[in-house]
Write a new protein. Structure first.
Length: 268
């Protein structure tokens, strides 16, 4: 929908337009079902004003100004916690992380094109064909994280499940987008369900992988994040608040799968 700057003299705001209040630009979303004004700070730091149909611009401006401090605080918080995920180049010597340690990529011209990535003598080895094809190289690295992560996590799984007195759900490591973990109960509560861990998690130190594992296992007994959930997690992991804060800080600096062009490839 076309975007336009809304003049204060306009009596009402249109869906998809912009409202500028004292130099602050907000996207506008109008809904016939909405009864009151609301503000949101989007993941990219943008601001959105939600409002009912037919409300005048002056009233919208007054609402924004009345919530000025809240908006500035939320926007500053979003900026401080904005993902800083770096892109990776598929080149010899690029640094990758696994369980808190740094490793280097090794590009092997003699390696079969479709060979799985392996950790050999402290280096993650890709074929030359994988390194030259961003999509193929990314898929090969993600596959390695999924395999290596699951093999490592299986050994940590049972002690945490026992500590919480929960049955062990099926475990998988996969791409969860921006999430670190997810628990899904079995249909009809028949069985312990399935726990998924996101592959980028395994770049982080072991104690943070343990935190996410314990967090998701707590959901086997308690859905949602009510007080009894945090109480259960705290019984198994008393320092969970410190680990959650560390995850928030370190996690936004992890590689989430973006591949950058190799030096010298720009413009080709």
């Amino acid at each position: 929908m076309a975007t336009s700057i809304v003049d204060r003299s306009t009596r009402t705001l249109a869906h998809g337009s912009r409202l500028v209040v004292d130099g602050l630009a907000l996207g506008v979303r109008v809904s016939a079902r909405r009864k009151r004004f609301a503000l949101t700070v989007e993941t990219d730091g943008g601001l959105t004003l939600h409002l009912p149909e037919g409300r005048p611009v002056a009233e919208a401006e007054d609402f924004v100004r009345a919530n000025w401090s809240w908006l500035k605080g939320k926007r500053a918080l979003r900026e401080r916690t904005r993902p800083l995920s770096p892109a990776k180049c598929l080149v010899e010597g690029e640094v990758v992380r696994y369980l808190g340690r740094s490793y280097r990529l090794a590009i092997d011209p003699g390696r079969p094109a479709h060979a799985r990535v392996r950790l050999i003598a402290g280096r993650l080895t890709l074929s030359e064909e994988q390194a030259q094809d961003a999509e193929r190289g990314r898929a090969a690295l993600v596959d390695w994280y999924c395999r290596a992560g699951r093999a490592w996590a299986v050994g940590r799984f049972q002690p945490w499940a026992a500590r919480m007195a929960v049955a062990e759900p099926e475990l998988e490591v996969c791409d969860l987008g921006g999430r670190w973990g997810r628990y899904r109960p079995a249909e009809g509560r028949r069985g312990p369900g399935r726990m998924s861990l996101g592959w980028p998690l395994f770049q982080l130190p072991m104690h943070l992988v343990d935190y996410v594992t314990a967090h998701e296992l707590a959901h086997v007994r308690v859905p949602g994040h009510r007080a009894d959930f945090w109480r259960l997690l705290g019984q198994a992991l008393p320092e969970y608040e410190e680990r959650r804060a560390e995850l928030d800080e370190l996690g936004r600096r992890m590689w989430m799968g973006e591949i950058a062009p190799a030096p010298g490839d720009a413009g080709r």
